[in-house]
Design a protein around this ligand. Structure first.
Ligand code: NAP
Length: 524
């Protein structure tokens, strides 16, 4: 019999009442658990976090908070095989996809644990050196970054239940803010098990991390000006959160990580079969098929010089033909199903829309040939490629994120770099754009013209072909987020990731007095 998932609020597991939804294994359609969508006492949970968890964290040093993050990572790593199995069963992930999520989460926690160790016994950050404000060196200004006195409310997307929870929690807890995390309902199964492990093994002080499952309900009605909302998901939900009356009334700090039409560009004069060419073919293939294309950073638009389009398409098709799709638990399978029936319906509606403007040149709308899956079972969609005649002719390709295994090839004229950049920027703000080229002048021109429209630029070249991590992996050392439709958010990036959870305050006064009151801080 499947279980009913519970929330972990105010230091105890709480039943979630109301109408239930079923969580399903997307490969077999077997029901794994149910989740209630009824009301929960979110006001009490937020108050508990502020009063209990917040007070504990603020009294701790960065090194102590870092140790909490390391303990979370060690707990999850000790149960790694169980978590990978759950990720495969509940999310349709291959083992490689599951590692990407689970190990990505523990790796990010460890990276922030290390930052905590480096910051040592300090409890807050001192932002820069003294600034002389008058003729006398005694009267100076300083800046300090203190943990905010509220709750970090983390609302996560369905595609990374482990990493999404971990990367947000790492920054908030290290900064000194307690967390209330809300996994997306469709893949909450894994996130709840991860929370259970932390509770069973008493890894965190009570109140530091709570979990709300089911609907967000009236959660945002109870926010205050010291809280922070960090959201990952669709642009529509992001806009609803930003416009929520309590969020607006209390000027609540909101970070939105939304969708994105990420791009990859094959630079002019890159020769077929060169290292740079092959790197791009490999990385586009990975992005299309890893997690069945359900990655916010996945490449959706592939810009190729007109003269090379035919050859590049042939190589990409060939590479995609090598990817076996089917039961993610079966040997040799590199791509599983989409995460839910809703996801499948959304992706197939998106493909049909793209088909009105672009030619489908590989795959079809449907599951294709599957390994170890009975017919008509599971939420499978075979990889699909589209091609445009002219990049400027269309709107859907530059506007509709199909959150699955699909990308569109778009030709450009080698002599028209400005035209290429303006097509790329039609995405209106992306998380990452990849430039594959060994030509540094071209790379520089692209940076000048597209950096303002993207949170990250990934330069693929023969010099890094063997070590490239590709655009899909979000690294704790680099910022993640992007302008415009990508949500205008910013996460991670080492120390930068804590900024969301810290209040920067200017201090002015007597230099020795300021030095004394800042003694328990660390200058960064
Ligand atoms: P979604 O439908 O917008 O849901 C995201 C989260 O918001 C879920 O936890 C959802 O809860 C919650 N939610 C829904 N309505 C809400 C409301 N009115 N108030 C508060 N919370 C609410 O997105 P999704 O389908 O899970 O994720 C797919 C999208 O996420 C894609 O567009 C993808 O590009 C984007 N994404 C972006 C990033 C990034 O870092 N930029 C990363 C991953 C995914 P329920 O599940 O309970 O409805």
């Amino acid at each position: 019999m499947s279980s009913q998932l519970k929330s972990y609020l105010c230091g105890a597991w709480q039943e979630v009442v109301g109408e239930s939804v079923e969580l399903v294994n997307p490969t077999t359609e077997e029901v794994l658990a149910t989740v209630g969508r009824g009301a929960q006492d979110t006001a009490a949970a937020l108050a508990f976090a502020r009063e209990v968890g917040g007070a504990k964290l603020k009294a701790m040093s960065f090194a102590d908070r870092g140790q909490l993050l390391a303990a979370m990572a060690k707990c999850w790593h000790a149960h790694r095989n169980e978590l990978l199995d759950l990720s495969m069963i509940s999310g349709g992930n291959t083992r490689g996809d599951a590692k990407f999520d689970v190990d990505g989460g523990t790796g990010t926690l460890m990276a922030y644990a290390k930052i905590g160790e480096q910051l040592g016994e300090a409890q807050f950050l001192i932002d820069g050196s003294p600034i002389r404000l008058s003729r006398s060196p005694r009267y100076v200004g300083r800046h300090v970054q203190m943990p905010r006195a509220g709750v970090a409310i983390h609302i996560n997307a369905f595609n990374f239940p482990a990493w999404g929870m971990a990367e947000k929690a790492a920054c908030a807890i290290l900064a000194g803010m307690p967390v209330l995390t809300k996994p997306a309902t469709s893949t909450a199964f894994l996130a709840v098990r991860m929370m259970e492990l932390l509770v069973e093994e008493s890894v965190l002080p009570v109140g530091v991390l709570q979990m709300l499952v089911g609907s967000a309900g009236d959660l945002l009605d109870h926010v205050c000006g010291q809280d922070v909302v960090a959201f990952t998901g669709s642009a529509d939900t992001g806009q609803r959160i930003r416009k929520h009356p309590a969020v607006v009334a209390h000027s609540v700090r909101v970070n939105v990580e939304a969708d994105s039409l990420n791009s990859a560009v094959l630079g002019p004069k890159v020769k077929p079969e060169s290292e740079t060419w092959d790197l791009m073919v490999r990385e586009v293939t990975t992005d299309l098929t890893q997690k069945a294309g359900q990655k916010c950073t996945a490449i959706r638009r592939v810009f190729v010089p007109s003269e090379q389009l035919e050859t590049f398409l042939a190589d990409l098709k060939n590479s995609l033909d090598g990817i076996r799709v089917g039961n993610p638990g079966s040997k040799g399978v590199r791509m599983g199903p989409l995460a839910s029936r809703q996801q499948l319906e959304d992706v197939q509606a998106g493909l049909a829309m793209l088909q009105t403007e672009a030619e489908m040149v590989h795959g079809s709308i449907g599951p294709g040939t599957l390994v170890d899956v009975p017919s008509n079972q599971g939420y499978f969609q075979t990889p699909v490629l589209f091609q445009l005649e002219h990049g400027q002719q269309t709107t859907a390709v530059h506007q509709r994120e199909v959150f699955g295994p699909a990308a569109t090839l778009i030709p450009y004229s080698e002599g028209d770099i400005e035209g290429l950049a303006s097509m790329l920027n039609l995405g209106a703000g992306g998380l990452v754009a990849s430039i594959y080229s060994d030509d540094r002048t071209f790379a520089g021109a692209m940076m000048q013209q597209v950096a303002a429209f993207n949170g990250r630029l990934n330069f693929g070249s023969k010099k890094v072909a063997e070590m490239s991590m590709g655009p899909g992996a979000v690294l704790p050392q680099l910022i993640h987020g992007g302008p415009g439709r990508a949500g205008a958010g910013e996460e991670l990036g080492g120390l930068r990731g804590m900024a969301l959870y810290l209040q920067r305050t200017a201090l002015q006064g007597d230099e020795p007095m300021l030095a004394e009151i800042l003694a328990s801080g660390v200058e960064v």
